[in-house]
Write a protein of this length. Structure first.
Length: 202
């Protein structure tokens, strides 16, 4: 194993939240408040920092046009010009970013509900929140995790109110509470991460 120390500022190396490989083979690394490009062939790295950096860069997605989308605040980064553009869609940090299977939008998990962001037009097309008097709304605004399955169904994991299944055709949600059937099993309503297999099992 070879260790490559990366510096995003003074002191020891930064925590690394996410890594992707772009179409050219370069690695892009979300490292604290910086975006780092690492060339595996030359072992050289370049550090980029948003001019109005707030919070941490936690996730990266490469769009079909080659632009990089970053969170926990939403930025578009152009690798060719090293230019950042911020989209202030919410004051809440974006905890998770999941590309839609249509490769036209991003699902964004925040403590202000779920946003659907069209990155072709750079606009929010939907903002889903919890409404106490609407049983078909999200079960909570505090969203930790997202997963869009092979059938296009969006699953939403909350910090404090279990799992939600989004019915896209009607913009409604069905709720699933994580209640243990055996008394010796741990019960939790906090879903921090999830994924699915080809058969649709979460």
């Amino acid at each position: 194993m070879t260790v490559y120390p990366l510096q995003s500022g003074p002191g020891q190396g930064p925590p690394i939240w996410d890594i992707i490989a772009d179409r050219s083979g370069s690695l892009w690394i979300a490292a604290s408040n910086a975006l780092i490009k690492f060339d595996p062939h030359t072992e050289e790295s370049t550090r980029y920092v948003p001019p109005d950096a707030q919070g941490e860069i936690r996730s990266i997605y490469e769009a079909p046009d080659g632009a990089l989308w970053l969170t926990d605040h939403l930025y578009r980064f152009e690798p060719g010009t090293a230019q950042f553009t911020r989209y202030p869609i919410t004051d809440a940090p974006i905890l998770r970013m999941v590309p839609g299977r249509s490769a036209e939008h991003l699902w964004l998990a925040t403590f202000d509900g779920v946003f659907r962001f069209d990155f072709r037009r750079n606009v929010v097309t939907h903002h889903y929140t919890h409404h106490p008097n609407d049983p078909d709304s999200l079960s909570s605004n505090r969203i930790f995790s997202l997963h869009e399955d092979a059938g296009g169904i969006l699953w939403v994991g909350t910090e404090d109110a279990g799992l939600n299944r989004m019915l896209l055709a009607v913009d409604q949600f069905r709720h699933y509470r994580m209640i243990a059937r055996q008394p010796d099993r741990v019960t939790t309503e906090s879903i921090t991460a999830m994924t699915g297999n080809a058969s649709g099992t979460l």
